[in-house]
Design a protein around this ligand. Structure first.
Ligand SMILES: [Zn+2]
Length: 106
């Protein structure tokens, strides 16, 4: 059995490759802050190693948990290519799951 609270939250969510950062309740709604476990990325243009240059938080509805509405706050990493000769623009990682479509990859 799992005893770590964040691991328990991740297990309840059942979204692979995602970890819970914080969980709270606002006006009867469960708020979960999430991030992916992808702590490295490669440039989609040249394949070089990317470096993180920021992050943004995007709110998306989750599925009700035990009858209560759920709001998912995704903390998405912003990446940029580490190559000085590459002209690709910084990009933000994609949200890996949605209430409508489920997992968007894999
Ligand atoms: Zn690049």
């Amino acid at each position: 059995m799992e005893r770590d609270p964040k691991a328990m939250t991740a297990m309840l969510l059942g979204i692979p490759g995602v970890r819970a950062l914080e969980i709270g309740e606002v006006s009867g709604e469960v708020h979960v802050e999430l991030e992916t476990v992808a702590d490295e990325a490669t440039c989609p243009s040249c394949g070089a190693v990317a470096e993180q240059c920021g992050s943004e938080v995007v709110d998306r509805p989750g599925l009700p948990a035990f009858g209560r509405p759920v709001l998912l706050s995704w903390r998405l990493r912003q990446w940029r290519c580490s190559s000085s000769t590459c002209s690709s623009n910084p990009w933000v990682e994609e949200i890996p799951w949605s209430a409508e479509g489920g997992l968007s990859r894999g």
